[in-house]
Design a binder for this molecule. Structure first.
Ligand code: UDX
Length: 430
């Protein structure tokens, strides 16, 4: 099939390359000329394992990028993969989506045949039908249900495994306003489903598809927060939380994934999506107590880490090494990293902070130019009065004699990653 993707960000580029990989002809539309050129040159504009290979293979053949919205007219369906950033009160900002829908609608005005527009971005329930579809209809002059079809196809990609998550999904969710739009969406996903061993395809309404994305992320974030709540209780009793959580994970009704207790969840999705669905729920008159509690537990974990540190050393004037600045291992992304509130609190408490991360240091430095940074974990630990572990980079498991260089070998581990050894004072957050 001929498919267009509007937006060459993290999701847009990944799905464009993956749709090309499964055999579609794909055009990726973006207003950024540099990104368009990068893709057409056969390079991925973002770093994601496996993506470069796909772009190299398909660029100039089944994959091309352009700044011209008119390219969508030669395709059967367009996926809108534009950013939906957070506003200060948690609501999502739809201005980029609305502008994209206007340009797309205007381009479709000159297309006679049926066309399906699919929301790929994360938007709160009813946005596609009540905000996006009317803009498309108005700009294109098309009639919804006649020559314009509407769909919603949420994405569950994780940073660091986006390509494999897309090509081997647990499920494919296809929301559509009509049988005809649904049939087009089915056609788009058929080759992917075949290649992935026929994962379940959930065919549903547009607003249900929108909600599935929030329910999925809200559930996972709350699962981690519940694991953290339980682990905090274990900690107060002096019980090993890892053993407890591993044991409950064996119950198939619970499952082992996302029970990793520690300093909490960050990233570009969980905090934004949980805030957005809480704000949206309140707009429709419902107070989501569980999701709100999940946020509160998450906000508390970095504070607890600092409290534990205070049990060993007064942070005022102390040299504190913060190990791990990225929101999770395997990425240089610091968005909503737990290191952010922690470094804030340490600086407020008068600590002399030295940060270390294998790849995220430069991004963190832009936010905090005034703390020290070390090139290696060993250098960060050198002469430090204490170390706080915030991200579970595997290398933190083998620091071993690096701890000997600390002024006082106090390690407060927010991710239960450090291997305990003689000679260090080790305390785990959970
Ligand atoms: C997440 C969702 O997993 C993905 O489906 C969605 O499309 C986007 O958001 P991502 O943000 O890339 O993906 O990261 P993920 O691996 O899910 O981790 C999110 C956060 O939770 C990280 O800060 C991680 O450290 C934390 N986490 C994860 C835990 O604290 N414990 C766990 O057991 C798992």
């Amino acid at each position: 099939m001929e498919i267009s993707i509007v937006g060459s960000g993290y999701v847009g580029t990944t799905i464009a390359a993956c749709f090309a990989e499964v055999g579609h002809d794909v055009v990726n539309v973006d207003i950024d000329e540099e990104i368009v050129e990068t893709i057409n040159d056969g390079r991925a504009p973002i770093h994601e394992p496996g993506l470069d290979e796909l772009v190299v293979e398909h660029a100039g053949d089944r994959l091309r990028a352009t700044t011209d919205y008119g390219a969508v007219r030669d395709t059967d369906a367009t996926f809108l993969a534009l950013p939906t950033p957070s506003e200060a009160d948690g609501h999502i900002d739809l201005s980029i989506m609305e502008a994209g829908a206007r340009s797309l609608g205007a381009a479709l005005a000159e297309k006679d045949d049926y066309h399906v527009v699919v929301t790929k971005s994360t938007v709160v329930p009813t946005t596609t039908e009540e905000v996006i579809a009317p803009i498309l209809a108005e700009e294109s002059g098309k009639v919804l249900g006649q020559d314009l079809g509407i769909g919603m196809n949420p994405e569950f990609l994780r940073e660091g495994s986006a390509v494999s998550d897309f090509l081997d999904p647990d499920k494919i969710v296809l929301g559509a306003e009509s049988d005809r739009a649904k049939a087009t969406l089915r056609g788009v996903f058929e080759p992917l489903a075949e290649r992935a061993g026929e994962p379940p395809i959930v065919e549903t309404g547009v607003a249900e598809a929108e909600m599935i994305k929030y329910a999925n992320n809200g559930f996972l974030a709350a699962k981690i927060s519940l694991a953290n709540d339980l682990a905090n209780i274990c900690k107060e009793y002096g019980i090993d939380s890892e053993e407890v959580l591993e044991a409950i994970g064996l119950d198939h009704r619970i499952g082992a994934a996302f029970l990793g207790a520690g300093v909490g969840w960050g990233g570009s999705c969980f905090p934004k999506d949980v805030a957005a669905i809480i704000a949206a729920a309140r707009d429709v008159g419902y107070e989501p107590a569980m999701l709100q509690a999940a946020v509160e537990v998450n906000d508390r974990q970095p504070v607890r880490l600092l409290e534990l540190l205070r049990g060993h050393v007064d942070p005022d004037g102390a040299r504190v090494a913060v190990l791990g600045l990225a929101f999770k291992p395997g990425t240089d992304d610091i968005r909503n990293s737990r290191a952010l509130p922690l470094v804030d609190a340490l600086v407020d408490a008068g600590a002399d902070v030295v940060g270390y991360d294998p790849v995220a240091t430069e991004n963190f430095r832009e936010r905090y130019p005034d703390i020290d940074y070390a090139e290696t974990a060993e250098a960060a630990l050198d002469d430090a009065d204490a170390a706080l572990v915030v991200t579970d980079w595997p290398e933190f498991a083998d620091l071993d004699e690096a701890f000997d260089a600390m002024a006082t070998p106090i390690v407060v581990d927010g991710r239960r990653i450090v291997t305990r050894r003689e000679g260090i004072v080790y305390e785990s957050l959970v």
